[in-house]
Write a protein that binds this ligand. Structure first.
Ligand code: GDD
Ligand code: MG
Length: 350
């Protein structure tokens, strides 16, 4: 089986971290985030993955490589301009890289949903496209899917529904099996949204949805990125990460004996945490420095960020790559610090 993974989004809600790195290449616990997706696909019979990159394909390739040992091979395609969520699939097919049936996935989800069951359902119904469906509390920021519960035929697809339109909790999980014939619905040479231009046209003409149980999370915001990290550490999502319930501290991180690292914490390679400092519910990306007595809570520190002695960070702060927080500064809740920015005084939320 082949899979096209859409990884061309700008990751705006994870700025400033995504200003210096594409979202899929960002580390999640112990590996580049997108590795979790490739591993998941590998467990469901996918042997070939095509990464549809909008830009900076080389950055992603540098983080992920051309194959995963024992897993799928990986190719990278760069678009001349952003082609939306459907255009890249057509582009990949035009390059002769796709067969009669393949998977398409949004590249910003962490999941262990049963893609084997999805492929089986697709083959049984003879669908043109079969969407993986997942229930959420609030469908408003997703693609709402109405379906006939007996046949699994989709009765309506509404991208980002208004409150008055929400009459089911099932949304498109951003994973679907596609027949090549569906590509005829994608015009060439311009950006096309599969959710707004293709799915609605297939309602009544071969669009099916299969509800799947398991874990699913779109990691596009700092809160959800952190939650996904804890879910990997605690084994809430099934991955091959060897979870012990404790924090993840890279072998190349240095933690002073008197520092406190709570179970919900990730310290990537080269991070250093000084005496008496406390890290809780936070991720320290590569090469961060946290000074003595500093407190970091509910926050993400970008690569090489420096937190001065006795400074406090968070909750909800995101500190860009190489930014520096001076000693004793109290960064307020939800602060965003730009790459290489130096904060000498108090900062308020944005
Ligand atoms: N190559 C490429 N080019 N990829 C793109 C482009 C583009 O122009 N635009 C978006 N993408 C990628 C993003 O990187 C992401 O992985 C995926 O397409 C979906 O785009 P998002 O911007 O994350 O969409 P969303 O989260 O608001 O909504 C989508 O995902 C939901 C599930 O998380 C929709 O597919 C919804 O229907 C769905 O429920
Ligand atoms: Mg998304």
């Amino acid at each position: 089986m082949q899979a096209v993974v859409l990884v061309g989004g700008k990751g705006t809600r994870l700025r400033p971290l995504t200003l210096t790195q594409p979202k899929p290449a960002m580390a999640l616990v112990d590996r580049p985030f997108i590795r979790y997706m490739v591993d998941w696909l590998g467990h469901h019979g996918v042997g070939e993955v095509v990464m549809a990159c909008g830009f900076r394909a080389e950055d992603l390739r540098a983080a992920l490589g051309d194959e995963v040992p024992g897993g799928p091979s990986i190719r990278y395609i760069e678009e001349p301009e952003p082609l939306g969520t459907a255009g890249p699939v057509r582009l990949v097919a035009e390059q002769g890289l796709l067969g009669e049936r393949f998977l398409v996935l949004n590249g910003d989800v962490l999941s262990d949903l049963d893609l084997t069951a999805l492929q089986r359902a697709h083959a049984e119904t003879g669908a043109v496209i079969t969407l993986a469906l997942y229930p959420v509390e609030d469908p408003s920021s997703y693609g709402l899917v109405r379906r006939d519960r007996t046949s699994d035929r989709v009765l309506g697809f509404l991208e980002k529904p208004e409150p008055g339109q929400i009459d089911t909790d099932e949304i498109s999980a951003g994973a679907y099996v596609v027949e090549r014939s569906a590509l005829d619905l994608i015009p060439l040479g311009r950006a096309v949204s599969i959710e707004r231009e293709v799915f609605p046209r297939l309602v009544g003409h071969g669009l099916y949805g299969r509800r799947l149980d398991g874990y699913w999370m779109d990691i596009g915001t700092p809160e959800r990125y952190l939650q996904a990290s804890w879910d990997i550490l605690e084994g809430t999502v099934r991955t091959d990460f060897d979870h012990t319930g404790g924090p993840y501290v890279d072998d190349d991180a240095e933690v002073a004996a008197t520092a406190t690292i709570e179970p919900r914490a990730v310290l990537r390679a080269g991070s250093r945490v000084g005496a008496g400092a406390a890290i809780a519910e936070s991720v320290l990306l590569e090469g961060c420095r946290v000074g003595a007595g500093a407190r970091v809570r509910g926050s993400i520190l970008g690569p090489r960020a420096e937190i001065g002695e006795r400074a406090t960070v968070g909750p909800g702060a995101v500190v860009g790559r190489g930014a520096r927080i001076a000693p004793r500064v109290a960064l307020s809740e939800g602060a965003r610090v730009q790459p290489d920015e130096v904060i000498e005084g108090e900062v308020t939320a944005v």
